[in-house]
Design a protein around this ligand. Structure first.
Ligand code: PLP
Length: 464
């Protein structure tokens, strides 16, 4: 979360403005903004003040920057409201919520081909927490191996492409692991089998492969990376396990790319995470991680909580968390089934591929990716023009669209792109409207004289 500094002297910022209807006759309506008022206020007024202020937030459905679900069915919202007061950690108090979490883990285990391997897993607040848990398990296992062999265990590293999501850099910094970021190049904006194997040594705790790169939506070649690591080990090199960051692709590939071998069918893959709140189609606040078997998750990372007179093993960074999102995940699994998920994801990917092709046809753009993995694509300006992708992003905001502009990862950071994430609820009709608005923006920018904005002028968008 952003770090907010304390403002000891708020000056003119001290009072919330108060509408006359909200005061009793003769009363002065003043509410401090940055400190607690002495008196409270009626619920309707508190609601209205906050509701009015929130009108300034963007429309979440038009936010094409986020991977996170922005539309759910009213029945799911009802269940979430029912469960937002239940604490996930109180397994004893809310055994049915715990049971629903167990069913979701089992559903994912089957989708990821873990049958018979003794897979185990849990829900988290999102993929970031799931990745931290996956990284910790890799670190613990590596350390156990090193200590048992009487070798130094103080310089662990984790190998991954420079295109990984920031959560992996966080994991490395917070848990004292060298982030061995393999540079990506103009031919491939992601990790390759050769570059992954080359970067590994005896201190490598694991290799992370991303199924659905945050930058351009591409799947990294999990099976090929695993084969390169097999060859490394067969040639006398280290034994390096893999974690698959399937934040987005983990609930796309099982429905649309059934022949692709990326999951527990690949023996080297020890753990997989997914964001339930991305293509799992749940509102923000839920992720999942599974380990292929008990060996992959060291016992001493696991804590026990009370459960129906016994104990239940848990692995989490935080403690209290609402049950709503886990219940909503199960609602989607029940409601959609495999066919429903397939239809939703196929519709998103078809829309993304259609929109990418139409954008290419507009003329000034080159596609950096075509939504062949997750329903996400990126595009850049082909030539130097009097306007930049940052100008386009800014101009699209006047129509309500949030289309982020940003530079690709290090080594490709001279390439600035726009990226579109197509999610459930972004219909072909909305895509057509975006296209029309983009055409209007291009015409306007071509004729208006103005500075060509770059990322340094505070125009690079937030892009997760
Ligand atoms: C590949 C990848 N990993 C991890 C994350 C972090 O996910 P979350 O927002 O669920 O914490 C993201 C978010 O976009 C992502 O794209």
């Amino acid at each position: 979360m952003p770090l907010h500094p304390h403002t000891p002297d708020p000056g003119n910022d001290d009072e919330l403005s108060f509408r006359p209807q909200f005061t009793q006759h003769g009363e002065v309506g003043e509410v401090p903004r940055l400190r607690l008022a002495d008196k409270g206020m009626p619920p309707r007024i508190a609601f209205q003040i906050i509701h009015d202020e929130l009108m300034l937030d963007g429309n979440a459905r038009l936010n094409l920057a986020t991977f996170v679900t922005t539309w759910m069915e009213p029945e799911a919202e009802l269940l979430m409201a029912e469960c937002s007061s239940k604490n996930m950690i109180d397994k004893d108090e809310y055994p049915q919520t715990a049971e629903i979490e167990r069913r979701c883990v089992n559903i994912l285990a089957r989708l990821w081909h873990a049958e018979g391997s003794g897979a185990t897993g849990c829900s988290t607040t999102g993929s970031s927490e799931a990745c931290m848990l996956g990284g910790l398990a890799l670190k613990w296992r590596w350390r156990q191996r090193r200590v048992l062999a009487g070798l130094p265990a103080d310089r662990p590293n984790l190998v991954m492409g420079a295109n990984v999501q920031v959560c992996w850099e966080k994991f490395c910094r917070y848990f004292d692991v060298e982030a061995r970021l393999v540079p990506v190049g103009p031919e491939t904006a992601h990790l390759t089998p050769e570059s992954a194997a080359e970067a590994c040594d005896d201190n490598t705790i694991g290799v992370v492969a991303v199924l659905g790169s945050t930058y351009d939506g591409a799947y990294e070649p999990v099976a090929e990376i695993a084969a390169a690591l097999d060859a490394l080990e067969a040639g006398g090199g280290p034994e390096v396990p893999m974690h698959v960051d399937g934040a987005s692709g983990g609930l796309v590939a099982p429905f649309l790319d059934t022949k692709l071998r990326w999951d527990f069918r690949v023996p080297r893959v020890q753990s997989i995470n997914v964001s339930g709140h991305k293509y799992g189609l749940v509102y923000p606040g839920v992720g999942w991680i599974l380990w292929r078997d008990a060996k992959a998750l060291p016992e001493d990372l696991v804590f026990k909580v009370n459960y129906l007179g016994g104990e239940m093993p848990t692995f989490a960074l935080n403690f209290s968390r609402p049950g709503a999102q886990v219940v909503a995940q199960y609602y989607n699994f029940l409601r959609l089934g495999a066919n429903g998920y397939r239809e939703v994801q196929a519709t998103c990917r078809n829309t993304a591929q259609w929109l990418a092709a139409e954008i290419e046809r507009l003329g000034p753009f080159t596609l950096v990716s075509r939504a062949e993995g997750i329903p996400v694509f990126a595009f850049r300006l082909t030539d130097t023009l009097p306007y930049s992708v940052y100008d386009i992003s800014e101009a699209l905001r006047s129509f309500g669209w949030l289309v982020p502009a940003y530079t690709l990862p290090p080594a490709l950071d001279d390439v600035a792109v726009l990226r579109v994430v197509v999610r459930n609820g972004f219909s072909r009709d909305l895509a057509k409207m975006l296209l029309e608005n983009l055409e209007t923006v291009l015409k306007r920018l071509a004729t208006s004289v103005g500075p060509n904005r770059g990322p340094t002028e505070d125009k690079a968008s937030f892009h997760h």
